[in-house]
Design a protein around this ligand. Structure first.
Ligand SMILES: *Cc1c(COP(=O)(O)O)cnc(C)c1O
Length: 410
């Protein structure tokens, strides 16, 4: 009989969101009149903007005529999109990238997972705690870890606790690590990295020959002009960092699917015999072999994000979510809660009151306010005692949720 990849059996079977669903269904069944407001999941709610939608439609129409039909495109993405990203999103930051350093994809989750293909299994990996679970679980699946301990830490991974004490910003690992995942603005804590802080990590990576896997999925939500949007704003980062970006949260593409990975040509690792080798070449080989490109209409829609009108509309949606974030943050502070994030990212990370566990607070919020959020402990052991609210809801729901919390939790 064929053997399975039993690394998968080490995973804690998808616990967080199914458990949230189970508790919400049970509550709804017992309280059929309750109007439940969901501020839990990290999915957007605003539709595609008119300019993006038109580009999407027009590109579908292209497929209807023989003379404009598009079949397989370049695996790395069309130049029209790559050039739009370089010119409109990176050049204004003072970051110069080549077309050959950009790889368009069907989203960042897959990219963050697939990138592991081009790294040796015996590299040591550092991840934050709490963390976007994809980084952790994909390393388990590929076989880089042992089993999880009773706290939930997998043997073989290096965890960097992000707590109130360190401002939810990871400290450099004490042991030498080869790969480091960083995500700013952060999901789930909403923390951002200043240029100085990012420079610290770049210098650390250069000094230790490590590679930073930088997830910038929320860069468009930064409001403070001094906060970097890309790790390449720091000198030397092209020698030590891969950057992931996504249209999902920026432009409402969670169901459309488009992302981009930047793998600079200067970025090198070593072969098992000690020679230097380009990660860019490896990733190109990986993508051309295992991926056949994001769809043409999707890439046309993504390129429309960077037109003047497309960006104006996109920015309006981002501002709408960030106004939600402000309402949640200020409302919860007024209710006496300690809140973090929500200024340069769409997540509010709150400290549970009176030392409640994350799940106790989940139940309290559900029962007393009929509001659903995400228990911080679901993102890692150091998330215990915290709770994540998302700013991606619609305005009326956000206002009502905050009012209920103010009234009931005082
Ligand atoms: C939502 C999210 C992404 C983007 O995922 P897609 O696959 O592009 O939809 C990437 N990283 C983090 C941390 C996220 O929260």
């Amino acid at each position: 009989m064929a053997k399975i990849n039993d690394n998968y059996l080490k995973l804690k079977a998808g616990y967080l969101f199914p458990e949230i669903g189970r508790r919400v269904r049970a509550f709804a069944a017992a309280n059929p009149d309750a109007k439940i407001i969901r501020l839990g999941i990290g999915d957007v709610t605003q539709p595609l903007t008119p300019t993006i939608l038109k580009a999407f439609h027009d590109a579908v129409d292209d497929l209807a005529k023989a003379n404009t039909f598009m079949g397989y495109g370049p695996e790395q993405g069309y130049d029209f999109l790559i050039e739009a990203i370089i010119e409109k999103s990176y050049r204004p930051l003072g970051v110069e990238l080549k077309n050959t350093e950009m790889f368009i994809s069907d989203g960042s989750k897959c990219d963050c997972a697939n990138i592991l293909d081009i790294f040796a299994l015996d590299n040591t990996v550092a991840i934050a705690d709490p963390v976007y679970p994809v980084y952790n679980d994909t390393n388990v699946m590929i076989g880089r870890t042992g089993d999880a301990d009773e706290k939930g830490y997998y043997k073989g991974l290096v965890y960097m606790p992000c707590t109130e004490e360190n401002g939810f910003f990871p400290a450099y690992p004490r042991e030498k690590v080869d790969m480091i995942y960083l995500c700013f603005p952060n999901n789930p804590t909403g923390t951002v990295a200043t240029k100085e802080q990012l420079k610290g990590w770049v210098d650390y990576a250069l000094a230790n020959d490590s590679i930073i896997l930088f997830d910038a999925a929320y860069e468009a939500f930064i409001t403070d002009p001094t906060i970097p949007h890309s790790i390449y704003e720091v000198e030397g980062a092209k020698k030590c960092a891969i950057e992931f970006r996504s249209f999902s949260k920026t432009a409402g593409f969670t169901g459309v699917r488009c992302g981009v990975v930047v793998v600079p040509e200067e970025l090198e690792g070593t072969t098992s015999t000690g020679e230097k080798y380009s990660f860019n070449k490896l990733w190109l080989r990986r993508q051309t072999t295992k991926f056949n490109g994001a769809s043409y209409p999707v890439q046309k829609a993504a390129a429309a994000v960077y037109t003047d009108q497309g960006w104006k509309e996109t920015k309006e949606n981002i501002d709408y979510y960030m106004e939600n974030a402000r309402i949640i943050r200020e409302g919860l502070s007024a209710a006496g809660l300690t809140v973090y994030g929500g200024v340069n990212g769409p997540y509010i990370w709150l400290k549970t009151p009176n030392g409640l566990t994350s799940w106790d607070f989940f139940d309290k919020l559900l029962n007393e306010c009929n509001v659903v959020g995400t228990p911080g402990s679901g993102f890692g052991p150091s998330g215990e005692g915290y709770f994540r609210l998302s700013a991606f809801g619609n305005r009326d729901n956000v206002i009502e949720a905050v009012e209920r919390i103010k009234k009931n939790l005082k």
